[in-house]
Ligand binder design. Structure first.
Ligand code: HEC
Length: 144
């Protein structure tokens, strides 16, 4: 209980508090817009998941549409490429065979989305998006 101990701690109190407040405020908005080579380097499952949400959520809002723009097709191709990496990466944090099967399903449906985007097949793209979203939910209800 020395006076000096208290005095030396105080300069750090405010920055620490501000940092904690900022971290709490941004925690509910996962935004991790990473290219494939940086996804490969992630060391935590929740960071891989943040990438998936950042990449996939804006595209899931297009489920059910019957036509897409060139921008949409480009976004689907990008999503397919990156989800291939996240599906592989997810298995580095395996919780068993059933978990791995869900991760593989993301990879397979990402392939289907990529194929649909190359062919500009709107029905197939919408179906792939829908199946991807269902796979996210299925794994979450079991493992999250
Ligand atoms: C193989 C199973 C599995 C699949 C498939 C999966 N998730 Fe997850 N997800 C999890 C688990 C487990 C957690 C909890 C991770 C943790 O807190 O460490 C999680 C957490 C999350 C989170 C919260 C991350 C955070 O910062 O706390 C988001 C967002 C998310 N997932 C999005 C998605 C999206 C979008 C998809 C589909 C494209 C998806 N997930 C597919 C297993 C999965």
């Amino acid at each position: 209980m020395s006076k000096t101990g208290r005095a030396s701690a105080s300069p750090f109190a405010l920055p620490t508090l501000l940092f904690a407040a900022l971290a709490a405020a941004t925690a509910c908005v996962p935004k991790r817009d990473l290219p494939p080579d940086q996804i490969e380097k992630l060391g935590k499952l929740d960071h891989v998941m943040d990438v998936q949400a950042t990449v996939a959520d804006p595209q899931f809002s297009k489920i059910g549409k019957t036509s897409f723009t060139d921008e949409d097709w480009a976004a689907f191709t990008d999503m397919a490429t990156r989800l291939k990496v996240t599906s592989r990466k997810t298995k580095e944090f395996s919780k068993g065979p059933e978990f791995d099967a869900f991760a593989d399903r993301i990879g397979a449906k990402a392939d289907a989305l990529g194929t649909a985007a190359s062919a500009k097949d709107a029905a197939a793209a919408s179906a792939s998006l829908s199946e991807l979203k269902a796979t996210c939910k299925a794994c979450h209800s079991k493992f999250r």
